[in-house]
Ligand binder design. Structure first.
Ligand code: CA
Length: 236
C-alpha cells in the first residue's frame, strides 16, 4: 500500500457486491480491504486504521450497528453505513450511531464515491485543526447552538438542564419523525436510567413549558399515544 492512497475498509458479506465495490473504488484510486463479518470488521479497523469504513448494517456475527457503536468508542474514523432498505435506514437514523453518512442499496458508484470524498475531506479538515462549523439546529422559532448548549426561543434565551437539552437536540435532529419512548430513554439516559418511565414524561413536560407557545396544548412536541413523541412539522 502506498502512503498517499486512501484505504477504505469494506465491511460487507455479499461477495458479488464486495467485488463490485472493490473494482469501483480501485478505479477511483482507493486501496480497499474487506471484512465479511462484523467481528473481523472491528479487528481490521483496529489493525489497519482505514481512512473510511463502508459498513453494511446486516453483517454476520456482529451487526453493523454494533460495529459502529464499538468503533465510535475509540475512533473518529469516517463511517458510511450501508442499508438494504429505506426502512432499515429509518432505524439506523433513529439510533444515532455516530456514523458520518448513510447510503441505501442499490446506489450508484458515483454517488458512493461522492460521499466518500465528502467524509474524507471533512475528516482531513478536522485533522488540520480547521475549526469545524458549529452545529446549529433551527426549527421554526427555535435555534439551538449545540456545542454551546444554548437555546433561543423566539428572541429569548431558554435555560435547559442537560437532559432536557439532549432531548431537544434529539428531536431537532429527527424532525417529523416519531421517536419511541425506548429510543428517547436509551439515547438520553442510556444505562443511567433507573427511574420509571414517568421520568421521561416529566422531562418532556418541563421541555414543553420552555419551548411550546401553549404548553397545555402542545403543538411542537406532539404525544403519539403508546409510542412516543414527535417534533411536529405540521405546525403552522
Ligand atoms: Ca449484508
Amino acid at each position: 500500500m502506498t502512503l498517499d492512497r486512501e484505504l477504505i475498509l469494506i465491511a460487507e458479506d455479499e461477495a458479488s457486491f464486495v467485488e463490485a465495490l472493490q473494482l469501483g473504488l480501485a478505479r477511483e484510486g482507493y486501496e480497499t480491504l474487506v471484512a465479511s463479518d462484523g467481528v473481523s470488521a472491528l479487528e481490521l479497523a483496529k489493525q489497519h486504521s482505514p481512512d473510511c469504513i463502508l459498513l453494511d448494517v446486516m453483517l454476520p456475527r456482529l451487526s453493523g450497528l454494533d460495529v459502529c457503536r464499538q468503533l465510535r468508542k475509540e475512533s473518529k474514523v469516517p463511517i458510511i453505513m450501508v442499508t438494504a432498505r429505506a426502512a432499515e435506514l429509518d432505524t439506523v437514523l433513529g439510533l444515532e450511531l455516530g456514523a458520518d453518512d448513510y447510503v441505501t442499496k442499490p446506489f450508484r458508484m458515483a454517488e458512493l464515491v461522492a460521499r466518500i470524498r465528502a467524509v474524507l475531506r471533512r475528516a482531513s479538515g478536522e485533522e488540520e485543526g480547521r475549526e469545524a462549523a458549529e452545529e446549529v439546529l433551527r426549527f421554526q422559532g427555535l435555534t439551538v447552538y449545540v456545542d454551546r448548549h444554548q437555546v433561543i426561543v423566539g428572541d429569548q434565551e431558554a435555560r435547559l438542564p442537560p437532559k432536557e437539552f439532549e432531548l431537544l437536540v434529539l428531536f431537532l435532529r429527527n424532525p417529523g419523525k416519531v421517536l419511541t419512548r425506548d429510543i428517547l430513554v436509551d439515547r438520553v439516559w442510556g444505562h443511567d436510567y433507573y427511574g420509571d418511565t414517568k421520568t421521561l414524561d416529566v422531562h418532556i413536560k418541563r421541555l414543553r413549558a420552555k419551548i411550546e407557545p401553549d404548553p397545555n396544548n402542545p403543538s411542537v412536541l406532539t404525544t403519539i399515544r403508546g409510542v412516543g413523541y414527535r417534533l411536529d412539522l405540521a405546525r403552522a
